[in-house]
Write a protein that binds this ligand. Structure first.
Ligand code: NI
Length: 167
């Protein structure tokens, strides 16, 4: 089932999400629906708060064929190295893009759908996506990481597009 993607300035995107406590069928169903929603958008990552569920989980698939779904439940970044500036967007701010500074490499600890803990070291797009999606679990959006003039320009653009019915 394709879920509605909440857009900025929806307040659910600003909440600190709660830990997942039960690895049950409803969690599996949520992840299945989130995957369908992400693939149809299309996007490379989606966090639960973006579909209105304030829980600490997100999914990422950076593969070309869209056949390598990564599920991160209760994720924590345990190590981060370097810095890199690259363009980023977000399904919750459709049509808006900006260069965002992120760590170059991260190591993340998370649980999979079976409740098994795993560790993953990532760089490139995967590293960027992990940091972006983890921010969503803490109510942070990529525009929060921009210089204020750039952030204000994006907010203004959204306001204008809303008036035109294009957002
Ligand atoms: Ni996003």
């Amino acid at each position: 089932m394709i879920l509605e993607i909440k857009k900025f300035p929806d307040q659910v995107l600003r909440k600190k999400a709660l830990e997942v406590e039960s690895f049950d069928n409803s969690l599996r169903e949520l992840v299945e629906n989130m995957a369908e929603t992400m693939y149809s958008a299309p996007g490379v990552g989606l966090a639960a708060p973006q579909v209105g569920v304030s829980k600490r989980l997100f999914i990422i698939d950076i593969s070309e064929k869209k056949d390598n779904l990564n599920v991160f439940i209760n994720p924590v970044i345990v190590n981060a190295e370097g810095e890199i500036l690259e363009e980023e967007g977000c399904l919750s701010l459709p049509g808006e893009y900006a260069n965002v500074i992120r760590s170059r490499e991260v190591e993340v600890l998370a649980y999979d759908l079976e409740g098994k803990q795993f560790s993953l070291k990532a760089d490139g797009l995967m590293s960027r996506a992990i940091q972006h999606e983890l921010d969503h679990l803490n109510g942070t959006l990529f525009i929060d990481k921009l210089p204020i003039f750039k952030r204000e320009a994006i907010k203004k653009s959204i306001k204008k597009r809303k008036e035109l019915g294009e957002y």
